[in-house]
Design a protein around this ligand. Sequence first.
Ligand SMILES: Nc1nc2c(ncn2[C@@H]2O[C@H](COP(=O)(O)OP(=O)(O)O)[C@@H](O)[C@H]2O)c(=O)[nH]1
Ligand SMILES: [Mg+2]
Length: 213
Amino acid sequence: MGLLTNLKDSITRVTDRLFSESDPKRIGIYGPPNAGKTTLANRIARDWTGDAIGPESHIPHETRRARRKENVEIERNGQSVTIDIVDTPGVTTKVDYKEFLDHDLEKEDAVRRSREATEGVAEAMHWLREDVDGVIYVLDSTKDPFTQVNTMLIGIIESQDLPVLIFANKTDLDESNVGRIENAFPQHETVPLSALEGDNMDEVYDKVAEYFG
Ligand SMILES: Nc1nc2c(ncn2[C@@H]2O[C@H](COP(=O)(O)OP(=O)(O)O)[C@@H](O)[C@H]2O)c(=O)[nH]1
Ligand SMILES: [Mg+2]
């Protein structure tokens, strides 16, 4: 190939990049098991695309591999933001198959689930370093937010300089305490919601557009 052809190709590549629509932002939904990550991911997907991402479950670690929904277009105030939603397995310091036995699973199935969950956590952490543009960190607002996992994960997210929003989920429950989460992570914005009931979703989408658009 001649020099001129090379030059022409390079110019085409640069102008294509300049004038094409920007790639969707990949938003990872992180947090401990059972915080409501999959419920939230499904609600966002249903609200904007009409279908869901994956099953929600009261058994911890139902989401053992990350799932994603691509090109979810969220419209806010006449502007549209396109995101890829990644629903990750809950991150925890310990995955024990005995936890699954409490949920009436056979031992073999419980051991397999815990092995998969451990791999899923490693995968989610890898993506946090390599593959996400922003993070929604979901917490169950009826639970104590001061845990090693939350402190560690928020620390890692901060060290990557990723935009992060903290979602205080399950506000429909009487024991919900959003203030406790705000106090735990005052450096970040906390958005209260009930992913299950669909409460406060307008503010959720406003903030998603503002932070990740
Ligand atoms: N009361 C209440 N329960 C919720 C809410 N969001 C999720 N849950 C329940 O919490 C459990 C775990 O939800 P899931 O989305 O699977 O959590 P994940 O492990 O973080 O993906 C399920 O039984 C959900 O129905 C909520 O806003 N309010
Ligand atoms: Mg899940």
